[in-house]
Design a protein. Sequence first.
Length: 474
Amino acid sequence: MSGSYPNALKDPVFRVISKAAASLGLESYVIGGFVRDHILGRGDAKDIDIVAVGSGIDLANAVSNLLPGKPKVSIFKTYGTAMLKTSGIELEFVGARKESYSEDSRNPAVSHGTLEDDQNRRDFTINALALSLGEDDFGKLLDPFNGLKDLDDKLIRTPLDPDVTYSDDPLRMLRAIRFATQLDFRIEKESLEAISRNATRIEIISKERIVDELNKILLAPKPSKGFSLLRKTGLLKYILPELVALEGIEEVEGQRHKDNFWHTLEVVDNISKTTDNLWLRWAALLHDIGKAPTKRFDQNLGWTFHGHEFVGSKMVYKLFKRLKMPLNEHMKFVQKMVLMSSRPIVLASEVTDSAIRRLVFDAGDYVDDLMTLCEADITTKNPKRFKRYHQNFQRVREKIVEVEERDHIRNFQPPVSGEEIMETFGIKPSREIGIIKDAIKEAILEGQIPNEYEAAREYMLKKGKEIGLKVKGV
Ligand code: CTP
């Protein structure tokens, strides 16, 4: 298929590149994601890949010379690429090349090649589409593998034998699944089989690259599509074995538990309808991981997953560490969500003020996120129950607002400070201060006293007396 897309190249920078290439006597093309996304109507990407049949570095320098202010060209000699930024656009230049890969590395041996060679080395037909920047055929589509038809058919397909494409660069297995999920495309059967055959090769890919792809899958409108493909191809067990362990239903004495893998995917899809917060989506993905190691069958209770939230929150740390994800506040947030993921469920049946205060105290600023997670966790297929559970959580949400307006528990600050306790009783830093502060906090959460200074001070005096302290100077 062919055609012409001069409209994709309306930005004046493309004419500049065209001119620079002509002055060097080179052919140049826009290739990859920019072309794909333009044709799909996904808007024009700000990262643009340019192929020069010749030196990409020379072309980048010539382009810079023609641009106002001559933007700085960053050169990556090892890769033979160059990059420059101009009016919010990032241009990446590469010389057309042939690549050959060895077994144990993603870094190929590279030699100069034609545009066709360069298109051959690309991951998918839809990413091998190129638009000419030639002065005579500006905007002409070069599509040797029918990528345009694949865009139309919503199909992920490799230009070469898929076993070669995936084995050359195993990251592409994840990219295939990621594109299928983001774009709601299908992966061609041969390709899917090749991914399954090459799955173990994902182990040569750096964790950072893997996580980048996982994040993109998680941020797609329906992440379950990606995770079920990861499972089906066998990739998931190398990346997130904790999720694979959730799969399956056991039956003992006629009692079955739900399949927690598929349940998890439903929860992730549910939450993706209400939030774009990547970390809340991670929390949904991991909220039940503690269920595999805690699963027991009890004669009286049936299937139990006792303590799975605590075990799960510990597993979050290990999982982030293994995937070399930063062990920062995002990780702590996910841990907190997993740890607290059942708390509002208990509340839904009986909402007392003190239980609400404790929930808000423990969840702090994340109480709304926690409620969002719990609502997404409702996957019952029984419409009556579905409605009832949602109504219960709605009541919890309303109660949170009401109690919070009155008691200000969120970001709780002790109304009486440690200094005041020391000063009042004339004591040095000691255990007693902790005991009194804790007692005040408990009394507030239990609703015995309001969250106010006067009441807290009075309570401090009472508690101090109880543990044998005397007010200074009295
Ligand atoms: N590419 C490839 N194999 C990879 C990565 C990239 O063949 N493992 C090629 C593809 O032609 C791709 C282009 O390099 O289109 C640019 O890669 P990148 O910027 O990572 O992806 P995009 O396709 O632009 O898409 P996105 O920005 O969504 O990642």
